[in-house]
Design a protein. Structure first.
Lengths: 116, 111
């Protein structure tokens, strides 16, 4: 049973358009993380979000990106003006009770973004 | 920043053989070392992890060893099965869950 649900599973957009990716945890987590994975490459950390504030972010997470928790349960990643190089899988992750015990980082199935 | 190197990038083994994947890291402050398995079209799934106060950890057919002095850790899969075929990522963390991943190893287990 997944800890998080991500929508959309796949989005195709034109360069310059805004995109919003959504993450919904099953449990009420205070910590959220966004990662991305460009096709065939490693998973890269984007940002961590705790209690409605960004707690840590990487160099990738520039002014084009933003994160919000609009209604207390959903967690969004917004890309204001997409570029071709934003094409990637975007994963939401939360700490959860995995099979290996407490406080393991569990990833959602991801949202594939294709920028044309 | 942290630099995580993972080898090999691809690995092909016969069913029943063992597979070993190795990672090195640069920051001696790193204290959490998970391994993730990623199947096609899915998100990474944690399979085993180890913390800096432990040298080795085993869970059925998989094990992880850590050498903090040398700054490397390894994933060992014994008695491999075709369903073990996937991409495996090592990761390192020194600040909670902001994981720094290796580039991945594509493991193919042939019957």
């Amino acid at each position: 049973e997944p800890e998080v649900t991500q929508t959309p599973s796949h989005q195709v957009t034109q360069m310059g358009q805004e995109v919003i990716l959504r993450c919904v945890p099953i449990s009420n987590h205070l910590y959220f993380y966004w990662y991305r994975q460009i096709l065939g490459q490693k998973v890269e950390f984007l940002v961590s979000f705790y209690n409605n504030e960004i707690s840590e972010k990487s160099e990738i997470f520039d002014d084009q990106f933003s994160v919000e928790r609009p209604d207390g349960s959903n967690f969004t990643l917004k890309i204001r003006s997409t570029k071709l190089e934003d094409s990637a899988m975007y994963f939401c992750a939360t700490p959860g009770q995995g099979a290996l015990g407490a406080n393991v980082l569990t990833f959602g199935a991801g949202s594939r973004l294709t920028v044309l | 920043g942290e630099n995580v190197e993972q080898h090999p990038s691809t690995l092909s083994v016969q069913e029943g053989d063992s597979a070993v994947i190795k990672c090195t890291y640069s920051d001696s402050a790193s204290n959490y070392f998970p391994w993730y398995k990623q199947e096609l079209g899915k998100g990474p799934q944690l399979i085993i992890d180890i913390r800096s106060n432990v040298g080795e950890k085993k869970d059925q057919r998989i094990a992880v060893t850590l050498n903090k002095t040398a700054k490397h850790f390894s994933l060992h899969i014994t008695e491999t099965q075709p369903e073990d075929s996937a991409v495996y990522f090592c990761a390192v963390s020194i600040s909670g869950y902001a994981l720094n991943f290796g580039k991945g190893t594509s493991l193919l287990v042939t019957p």
